[in-house]
Design a protein around this ligand. Structure first.
Ligand code: GAP
Length: 447
């Protein structure tokens, strides 16, 4: 893990947030290369969910959430972790981290009984600050998909089965954020809510387990680094009938990368216990409860029903950590030399190609390198980088370390005979190619 953290900082993938003031715990900033990698991972997910299928729509809902939304979803009551306080040093711990009843900070055994600590962040909303006027920062993106279900369905005329996909920030006041970008207080999720008929849910859970495993493998994760964990009933979230976690061998151990839950009709059902249209408005209905109908019509049976939902929910930050960890390789080059290579799949590489003029002050070389860079950049495959440092060896090392699939070196021969040197990241093979062939060779390198 230390090597990865160091690479991330040195090369501009991930930085501690608020570092100049000592850092904000559980919060990180993505640097120039990190933002590219993260966007590439999100784009790959979005493409596989929304563009490559014909049964899923996208959504980008708000982060600020009405109190009622997380009241009737069950989060106000149940979205908590057990917290113990150390009476000696005043530190606080998640109960499951405490071993042998000893404080992890000072070793004291003078600990309080565990109490439920709600993980939701609140923020004052509006000009009056009081106990009532606050909004929640969503702790999962999913709830807004449920509350937007009717709007999406009405505006797209979708029939069951269909899904709604969303990528966005979620916030949890984790008691002990840890392991770099693994457990954060501010993070991103890629969530799909896939609505099915009751009865079709179990087969759909198996289907999405297979789809999601395949997708992670397409991101460069070795199948042997992944495992499915069938969450025991006693550990299931309040909304789940069954959950299959995709576990990944992170540097700190085997842990959850993505959860695939059978949420049944719990969520749509809890937001619509009092469905006006179904004649189901209870006499005990509270003023803040919704009466919106979040149901679909069974045309043949001429009745309404609340669909079941299968939810593959993946963490973007955990995904970034997993693909970085999987790609990070230290290669022996002989004679005591080694190189660090990030063997990222090319669709994830933050930089797709580096164009390197042999000498940084030679106008003609730099001019030609700029032309090549612009030509490749205009192909719209991602960031192409002009590496005008004048040190080829260092440039190759830097681009190996950040996972750039190819480097293109422009030298004096390029000016005379229209050729450049194309260097492959993985094999380190260098070959002389015609500039006129570069666009095609560049596309080939991204396959
Ligand atoms: N909507 C379902 C849901 O939120 P979850 O298992 O709590 O389920 C889903 O979260 C995914 O979100 C996890 O598999 C993980 O990848 C990511 N995640 C959850 N809490 C996180 C945290 N504190 N920091 C980073 N990622 C987190």
């Amino acid at each position: 893990m230390e090597e990865l953290v160091s690479l991330c900082k040195r090369r501009g993938f991930v930085f501690q947030s608020g570092e100049v003031y000592g850092g904000l715990q559980g919060v990180y900033d993505y640097g120039p290369l990190g933002v590219e990698l993260k966007n590439n991972l999100k784009n790959s997910w979005w493409s596989s969910m929304v563009y490559e299928r014909d049964d899923i729509e996208g959504l980008d809902a708000s982060i600020l959430s009405k109190q009622e939304l997380f009241r009737y979803s069950g989060h106000e009551e149940t979205f908590s972790d057990p917290l113990v306080d150390c009476r000696s040093c005043k530190s606080r711990w998640r109960e499951d981290l405490v071993k042998d009843g000893k404080c992890l900070s000072c070793g004291s055994t003078d600990l309080t009984e565990a109490r439920a600590f709600n993980l939701m962040f609140r923020t004052p909303m509006g000009p009056v600050e009081n106990e009532e006027s606050f909004a929640y920062l969503r702790p999962e993106t999913a709830q807004h998909i449920f509350t937007s279900f009717k709007n999406v369905q009405d505006s797209t005329s979708r029939q069951i089965p269909f899904g709604i996909a969303q990528i966005g920030k979620a916030f949890r006041n984790e008691i002990n954020p840890r392991n770099f970008i693994f457990r954060l207080r501010e993070f991103e999720q890629m969530e799909l809510e896939y609505f099915v008929r009751p009865g079709d849910d179990e087969a759909a859970l198996d289907y999405w387990r297979d789809q999601r495993l395949r997708w992670w493998e397409d991101q460069g994760i070795e199948p042997s680094s992944l495992e499915i964990y069938d969450v025991p009933e006693s550990d299931l979230a309040h909304y789940s009938k069954r959950t299959l976690d995709i576990m990944y061998r992170f540097p700190h151990g085997l842990e959850e990368l993505e959860g695939i839950a059978n949420r049944t009709d719990f969520d749509l059902g809890s937001h619509t216990k009092n469905q006006r249209g179904l004649g189901l408005v209870s006499e005990t209905k509270k003023n803040d409860e919704s009466t919106m109908r979040l149901a679909v019509q069974d045309i043949e049976a001429k009745k309404w029903y609340v669909p079941y939902v299968i939810e593959p929910s993946a963490g973007v930050d955990r995904g970034v950590l997993a693909v970085l960890n999987e790609a990070y390789t230290v290669e022996e080059l002989g004679e005591g030399k080694e190189r660090v290579v990030l063997r990222l799949k090319s669709h994830l590489s933050p930089i797709k190609a580096a164009v390197i003029p042999l000498k940084k002050n030679k106008e003609a070389l730099v001019g030609l390198a700029k032309e090549i860079k612009s030509s490749l950049q205009s192909m719209g495959k991602g960031r192409v980088f002009l590496e005008n440092t004048g040190n080829i060896g260092k440039a190759y090392r830097r681009h190996d370390e950040v996972g750039t699939p190819v480097c293109i070196t422009v030298d004096f021969g390029s000016l005379e005979n229209g050729t450049v040197t194309l260097r492959d990241r993985d094999t380190m093979e260098q070959r002389t190619v015609a500039i006129s062939d570069l666009n095609q060779l560049y596309l080939d390198s991204l396959k």
